[in-house]
Design a protein around this ligand. Structure first.
Ligand SMILES: O=C(O)CCC(=O)C(=O)O
Ligand SMILES: [Fe+2]
Length: 346
């Protein structure tokens, strides 16, 4: 009897949350304003309904697709057939890998840049470390992860060129099925500072759910082998019900390898070893982590595109008028909706 009562309570609560979510989504669609608690409700609905409503909400909130000339840019070296095949793989498995996307010269420029702009040591589990701004010392890391801010990255030419690259944006759009919005620019080092995988540094399995629908581009800037912290993904978990209910029920949290292994055998996990310049495009709604770094280090650059800003707070991206490159300026004028997260300052 008690069990039945708690089951009906769960059932009622789930449908109440679903109704609230659709109310919040309609409000966002009509007014462009998001209610404060919406991200929490989005997470709750994902927990119970396993992602069946994400594509529907994305359709409601998404903007009409844009037309791009994708004959230039980093992805232009792949044929239309190769790119179509890649899209199919991405949809089916949740990830796709492209090799030699960034040239060694560009990777060198990224490494140089990572030592010229400031960043912060990630406060680790047990709150070790301090998050004041400093320059990264490759020979003397002070945390397991060293992060750069989106705005600092955006002040550099190489990053501006990448976010103005229509071949990348077009690939994102094909997956998303709506006009992409750039909602994250990130870069971080993984180091051997700690002997244990760190939850704060995303070294435990988790799914992302800051938005409704999104796609991440992970660029390896350094060579990555099994010991230097390869990005790791559980194929097909990006699909509806891809993450078993018993794992979703644990909440928006980090999961140990053992907890994941219980439902999704590790022989199927995909550990991406790859040379610098490798690009992994991934729907991080599936379970993923950065494997703990045991030797060497790893520098990774990341872009995320979404169909709507609905969800968690978005880090502001600021760029000063003086450092804005002409190519990006043209893109921002031609396709303002992609760059609504970017603010040009004096
Ligand atoms: O560092 C990694 O490979 C994982 C990062 C991650 O979880 C993310 O970017 O969503
Ligand atoms: Fe993540």
């Amino acid at each position: 009897m008690k069990k039945l009562a708690s089951k009906s309570k769960f059932f009622l609560r789930s449908f109440y949350n679903l109704a609230v979510l659709f109310y919040d989504v309609s409000k966002m669609k009509l007014t462009g304003i998001q209610k404060e608690n919406s991200h929490h409700i989005l997470l709750k609905v994902f927990e119970t309904f396993g992602g069946i409503f994400n594509p529907i909400i994305s359709k409601i909130l998404g903007l009409r697709k844009l037309k791009f000339d994708n004959s230039n840019g980093l992805m232009a070296k792949f044929s239309a057939t190769e790119l179509d095949k890649a899209q199919l793989h991405l949809k089916k498995e949740g990830y796709v890998v492209f090799e030699n996307v960034l040239t060694p010269d560009l990777c060198n420029s990224f490494i140089e840049m990572s030592q010229k702009i400031p960043g912060k040591n990630r406060i680790m589990d047990e709150e070790q470390g301090e998050a004041r701004s400093m320059f990264f010392e490759r020979n003397n890391p002070k945390s397991v992860r060293f992060d750069y801010s989106g705005s600092d990255l955006l002040s550099t030419d190489i990053v501006q060129e990448l976010i103005a690259d229509t071949s990348i944006i077009d690939f994102a759009q094909k997956y998303l099925g709506a006009a992409p919005i750039l909602d994250l620019i990130a870069m971080w080092w993984h180091t051997t500072f700690s002997d244990l995988p760190d939850k704060q540094a995303a070294q435990w399995f988790h799914y992302d759910m800051d938005r409704v629908k999104w796609i991440k581009f992970f660029f390896y800037i350094t060579d990555v082998d099994s010991n230097s912290g390869p990005h790791t993904f559980v194929p097909k978990t990006h699909r509806r019900f891809g993450i078993p209910f018993k794992l979703r029920r644990k909440g928006y949290t980090r999961l140990s390898d053992l907890e994941v292994e219980e439902f999704l055998p590790s022989k199927n996990w995909k550990e991406f070893v790859g040379k610098r310049g490798t690009l992994i495009v991934e729907d991080t709604r599936g379970l993923h982590k950065g494997k703990h770094c045991k030797s060497g280090d790893r520098l990774l650059f990341q872009l995320e595109f979404t169909t709507s800003k609905f969800g968690a707070d978005i880090e502001e991206l600021k760029i000063s008028k003086n450092s804005l490159l002409p190519d990006l300026k043209i893109m921002m004028n031609k396709y303002p909706s992609i760059y609504t997260t970017v603010e040009i300052t004096d």
